[in-house]
Design a protein around this ligand. Structure first.
Ligand SMILES: CC(C)(COP(=O)(O)OP(=O)(O)OC[C@H]1O[C@@H](n2cnc3c(N)ncnc32)[C@H](O)[C@@H]1OP(=O)(O)O)[C@@H](O)C(=O)NCCC(=O)NCCSC(=O)C[C@](C)(O)C(=O)O
Length: 279
């Protein structure tokens, strides 16, 4: 048996959330992303990554921290750095999740790592989730969250690089606050950086509302699915390298080998990703 992770007086504890993979949340994301497909029906397969709409952590209002997430020190460790971002993840899709079923997500913090970044000290926290239907694993996911020190001075984007390969497909986006609000609501994510412009600017030092990492990861994978309609996605990995803000144009781009990018308005990679699939 492996020992539970510890930080000071905090010990990692598994969390289990059961949910109904209902039709309406999937249809609401389908509409929010303007996907030109027929509306989902019960029994259809939930697209890969759309499990992020389910297994909400419904913390009571009094248990929220200043950033709108549940206070730290419960499921997540009491990391001192103020600013949280979603850094990336690695997923394996073992079997499809049909819409309409009950499913269960078991989660545990499995890694805490301190790093020195160009922007200052960073703490990476990895949560491992397993989603099961009738006790059989459908998705395993390692989710990386990064915590950063409070903003000091004017906002500076991390340096970036253009995509390393020639994209074969691309689609342009410009996310507005309405989509950010709808995605926050659909994922029950209270993080203020996505809808409270004063907080995002004055407390976290961003130039505007921040586009969710999971939304960008989903837009990239949806591009892959649109161009590979028969492929069964079996794995996905992504890393958020530069933030994107509401109102900024960006491009989702993909190569034939499953390489995917979110490219920002400066032509630099904001997110790199890779889809694995079977035909
Ligand atoms: C993370 C930032 C601050 C580091 O920027 P930096 O310049 O300080 O770091 P660095 O110097 O590039 O790298 C330092 C170390 O960190 C690693 N590293 C660097 N980046 C990553 C990454 N993504 N994933 C994993 N590791 C990473 C990197 O490999 C290196 O490790 P090493 O020392 O071992 O070589 C910078 O890359 C950045 O700003 N990325 C964009 C983040 C973003 O926009 N996320 C989505 C929006 S926030 C969100 O959706 C929130 C949500 C949904 O509400 C929610 O709370 O869950």
């Amino acid at each position: 048996m492996t020992e539970a992770l510890q930080q000071g007086n905090w010990t990692a504890k598994p969390e289990v959330i059961s949910d109904h993979v209902d039709l309406m949340r999937a249809r609401a994301l389908q509409a929010s992303l303007d996907l030109e497909e027929r509306a989902f029906e019960i029994g259809d397969t939930l697209p890969p990554l759309w499990h992020w709409l389910y297994f909400w952590k419904v913390a009571p209002d009094h248990a929220l921290g200043p950033d709108g997430h549940p206070e730290r020190g419960g499921f997540l460790p009491p990391v001192a750095q103020a600013r949280r971002m979603w850094a990336g993840g690695r997923l394996i899709f073992h079997r499809p999740i049909p819409l309409g079923v009950r499913a269960e997500r078991r989660s545990e913090v499995t890694r805490i790592e301190e790093k020195q970044g160009r922007s200052g000290p960073l703490t990476f926290v990895t949560a491992t989730h397993t989603i099961s239907v009738n006790g059989i694993a459908a998705v395993t996911e390692e989710q990386d969250i990064v915590y950063r020190q409070p903003a000091a001075g004017a906002f500076e984007r991390p340096p970036g690089k253009p995509p390393q390969a020639e994209p074969r497909w691309q689609r342009e986006f410009c996310v507005d606050p309405v989509l950010l609000f709808r995605y926050s609501a659909l994922t029950f994510n209270g993080h203020r950086i996505h809808y409270d412009a004063d907080y995002a600017r004055d407390e976290e030092g961003y130039p505007g509302l921040v586009v969710h990492g999971p939304l960008l990861a989903t837009l990239a994978l949806e591009l892959f699915r649109a161009h590979n309609p028969r492929a069964l996605v079996t794995g996905y990995r992504f890393r958020a390298l530069r933030p994107i803000f509401a109102g900024e144009g960006f491009t989702a781009a993909g190569a034939a080998d499953g390489g995917l990018w979110i490219i920002d308005s400066e032509g630099l990679v904001a997110m790199e990703a890779e889809a694995e699939s079977e035909s």
